[in-house]
Design a binder for this molecule. Structure first.
Ligand code: NDP
Length: 315
């Protein structure tokens, strides 16, 4: 089949909480939005088991179930969906031009980028095996499930230090595991973590294996000291991976202003990017809060900003 070109008033890249919330608002404003779902369709919540902190769900909800509901809500108002990723974007002139994986082209008057940030993982098989059953990439999301337990955090940046401090308020003990002999995170956070009575630190240490079983999930952690090569096993029931996130901004590198970590820059208090008509919402422009509810909030803002901007163009 030959490639097609279609024009739309608004295209939304990404189908996580931010993208789908933008779609709900834009569709109800009669913008007939198109959502390009992306390779990690549904976003970070697809790898989250229980969501207990999203307002309105007193009993909690499974991450994938919540994304199904958001998608159904967007579809109810006639949002169109494309599966797969955009592989190229030309934002140098309007209409903007996007090339999809199947080589179809979408042109659009306005664009909302909600492509998220992917959590970095250590890359071990056992990490994957116990994901959601001991292994997590978000202390704010999952810490509560580990109250009173002994857990570990891996990483040495601000995220790891912040997660260790957050977990120290909930858990019995926190072991911070870092591959070097000094932290990368800010001095103030380092001092707080080092001085915290519930936090102990394994310096120059890497994770070797998450150990567990089907019934209990993770039961212990094997680590290796990189100087001595000695492997030790510790009875821990949670492992929080905090080795950074990669914002999904590759397509926009030379076209939109990014901060030093590669996140999209927006005008504070808005979702405006450095190119008129292009808006950003969710984790792709937020390395601080990274919550489903804040992503939904900025998704709503992006749709309102796009709608107002589009109506200004047509007068
Ligand atoms: P960073 O990139 O700053 O830190 C990642 C950490 O993970 C580093 O210590 C790194 O080790 C370690 N690491 C990376 N890959 C591996 C691996 N494969 N195995 C073991 N360890 C690994 O990411 P953060 O998410 O911590 O922070 C990102 C940005 O967000 C920073 O600018 C940070 O300051 C900011 N931030 C600010 C916050 C705030 O202001 N409240 C809160 C959270 C983040 P090494 O040091 O050896 O490279």
């Amino acid at each position: 089949m030959s490639a097609k070109t279609q024009h739309h008033k608004l295209v939304i890249l990404g189908s996580g909480t931010a993208g789908l919330t933008a779609a709900i608002y834009a569709a109800r404003a009669n913008l007939n939005p198109v959502v390009v779902s992306g390779r990690e369709a549904g976003g970070q919540l697809m790898i989250t088991t229980d969501v207990e902190n999203y307002p309105g769900f007193p009993e909690g909800i499974k991450g994938p179930e919540m994304m199904d509901l958001l998608k159904a809500q967007a579809a109810r108002f006639d949002t169109e969906f494309y599966t797969g990723d955009a592989i190229d974007a030309d934002l140098s002139q309007r209409p903007f031009k996007l090339t999809l994986e199947n080589k179809d082209t979408l042109t659009c008057d306005s664009l909302i980028i909600s492509t998220g940030a992917s959590a970095r993982w250590l890359g071990m098989d056992s990490e994957k095996e116990y994901s959601g059953r001991g292994v997590s990439a978000c202390a704010t999301c999952d810490g509560f499930f580990f109250r009173g337990q002994d857990v570990a955090v891996v990483g040495g940046g601000d995220t790891a230090l912040e997660e260790a401090l957050y977990l120290a308020n909930i858990c019995k003990s926190v072991t911070l595991i870092h591959r070097r002999d000094e932290f990368r995170g800010s001095k103030i956070m380092q001092t707080r973590a080092v001085e915290h009575e519930k936090i102990s630190i394994f310096w120059e240490t890497v994770v070797e294996e998450v150990v567990g079983n089907h019934l209990d999930g993770m039961t212990s952690l094997k680590v290796r000291n990189v100087k001595t090569d000695k492997v030790t096993e510790h009875p821990l029931t949670g492992l929080f991976i905090a080795i950074g996130h990669t914002p999904n901004t590759n397509l926009f590198k030379d076209q939109l202003d990014l901060d030093e970590n590669g996140y999209l820059k927006v005008t504070p208090g808005t979702t405006y990017t450095s190119v008129e008509g292009v808006f950003a919402s969710g984790d792709v422009q937020d390395h601080v809060y990274r919550q489903a509810v804040t992503a939904a909030g900025t998704g709503c803002m992006a749709a309102i900003d796009a709608e107002r901007w589009l109506s200004e163009q047509t007068g």
